[in-house]
Design a protein around this ligand. Structure first.
Ligand code: FES
Length: 150
């Protein structure tokens, strides 16, 4: 039996193993490769998406877990006012280096700024601590979040 949920505003019905990680449902079943596989064990944040507005690790979330939920991915995050400001700020400050982790970084940053419009450095560090960057773009990430906060 298919499991139904919305992705970026569209209802999707996905049949298959209910224990399949959402990360692979998005990438394989729904052909949305923007969400990245990093560690696969919930430690790096590369696979971050929003579930009902909250950042989650899609490698640690099953298809069963998202039944009836509202998922937002990097493909549509810029459609919200906050996501658009974050994305524009990322571009203006030239945040990415290799870029691999940046979808997850942007998803976490957008969730932070939606919840906390004027975050302190401590707020930013706490919210972004689970998103690792091998190129160490952390200072530009923090600057871009502050610039987007205005
Ligand atoms: Fe999910 Fe690393 S791939 S946290």
């Amino acid at each position: 039996m298919a499991i139904s949920f919305t992705v970026n505003g569209s209802q999707r019905d996905v049949a298959g193993d209910p224990d399949k990680p959402l990360l692979w449902v998005l990438r394989e079943d729904l052909a949305m490769p923007g969400t990245k596989f990093g560690c696969g064990v919930g430690l790096c944040g590369a696979c971050t998406v929003h579930l009902d507005g909250a950042p989650i690790r899609s490698c640690q979330t099953t298809l069963r877990d998202v039944a009836g939920a509202r998922i937002t991915t990097i493909e549509a995050v810029a459609q919200t006012p906050v996501g658009k400001r974050i994305t524009q700020s990322w571009i203006a400050l030239d945040v990415p280096q290799c870029g691999y982790c940046q979808a997850g970084q942007i998803m976490s940053a957008t969730a932070l700024l939606t919840q906390t419009p004027k975050p302190t450095d401590d707020d930013i560090d706490a919210a972004m601590a689970g998103n690792l960057c091998r190129c160490s773009t952390y200072l530009r990430i923090r600057a871009a979040i502050k610039a987007a906060a205005g």
